[in-house]
Design a protein around this ligand. Structure first.
Ligand code: AMP
Ligand code: MG
Length: 323
């Protein structure tokens, strides 16, 4: 079986082509960026529309397949930006109609988890999912002899904004462009630690107070860009490491898997690796090209859930634990 997966929940339009054995034949994407503002939904929708045919062509070419070889189309049904999701859905619906393919709506969050698990050949990890919008600690139900994909449970999550969005918001204040995470990582290398609000409530975290404090210090010129980037990272990453560690302790699982775009940050991985080592667990991440949003993860998740979902239009607020 060959599955074509289409990602279009936020700033990335991506197409991945995978086999039912989990082999990635192609993974092509194009991401919307902006110099001064964040994500403007109608501009992103335009971006996706404009690049969709080119990305499709490149993906089919790179996988060396044609439409007739594709068994079905998996697409990101949510969560995501409403107008962007609808534009993406319109694009895949057109392709499905033209080529007589079945559509399988996929949960974007679950696909981050399943591609990470596939890549690392893992059995039963604790997932730390840290993207632009999401910051969640997740485990999956697995019963002996179970064939179907198990249900996910969110053990802890952000009570306000996602870690990536927090970094991007602060990046906008510093005029770093969007997305700001990579540039902040570079600035942070020259910074030293200043205390910022560390907010962990049970298994949940909160980043808005941290962002407000960093903004105040910057606007009052009481701290340098470098020190603030370093301290924001250290504080937010430590908060995530704390809840991830508690999830490992509570569940008795021995593997931690970091997924989502913020997983590209080397310092974050270093902290999580250290925490895992100290408690006899193993830390896993996903390679850069699979860490952020892309189509291969949608194709693979579509394959795993192909019997449970079909054409479901879009669901902008679809949580991983509702799948
Ligand atoms: P995603 O939503 O999974 O595509 O992840 C996008 C988020 O990852 C954005 O908020 C980026 O700022 C963030 N990000 C990307 N690279 C890095 C990095 N090196 N360090 C921190 N955050 C990053
Ligand atoms: Mg994502």
């Amino acid at each position: 079986m060959i599955i074509l997966g289409c990602e279009h929940t936020a700033h990335t339009f991506g197409i991945g082509i995978v086999t039912d054995k989990g082999k990635i034949l192609a993974n092509v994407k194009d991401s919307y960026t902006s110099k001064d503002v964040g994500m403007i939904p109608h501009e992103i929708a335009e971006h996706h529309e404009k690049c969709s045919e080119r990305i499709l062509k490149e993906a089919l070419k790179s996988a060396k397949v044609e439409w007739k070889d594709i068994d079905f189309i998996a697409y990101s049904a949510g969560p995501g930006l409403d107008p962007v999701l609808w534009r993406g859905y319109t694009i895949v619906s057109k392709w499905a109609k033209e080529n007589q393919k079945k559509l399988v709506g996929v949960n974007h969050c679950c696909s981050h988890l399943s591609i990470g698990k596939l890549w690392n050949k893992m059995k039963d990890p604790v997932y730390l999912y840290v993207s632009g919008v999401n910051t969640q600690v997740i485990v999956q139900e697995s019963k002996k002899g179970q064939k179907k994909e198990g249900k996910y449970h969110v053990l802890g999550e952000t009570l306000d904004i996602g870690l990536g969005n927090m970094l991007d918001k602060f990046g906008r204040i510093l005029d770093l462009g969007f997305p700001a995470g990579p540039r902040m990582e570079q600035l942070a290398k020259k910074g030293k630690y200043i205390e910022l609000p560390y907010i962990v409530k049970g298994m949940d975290v909160s980043f808005s107070g941290l962002l407000t404090k960093a903004q105040q210090l910057f606007e009052r010129t009481q701290a340098s860009k470098e020190d603030l980037c370093f301290s924001l990272q250290e504080t937010a990453f430590a908060m995530c490491a704390e809840v991830a560690e508690r999830a490992l302790a509570h569940s008795g699982k021995k593997e931690l898997l970091l997924v989502g775009g913020v997983g590209a940050n080397k310092r974050f991985c270093e902290m999580l690796n250290l925490m895992c080592k100290e408690r006899g667990a193993t830390f896993y991440q996903v390679p850069m090209d699979l860490a952020g949003d892309q189509g291969a993860m949608i194709a693979w998740e579509g394959y795993l859930r192909r019997d449970s979902y079909g054409d479901m239009e879009v669901n902008p607020h679809w949580r991983a634990d509702e799948v």
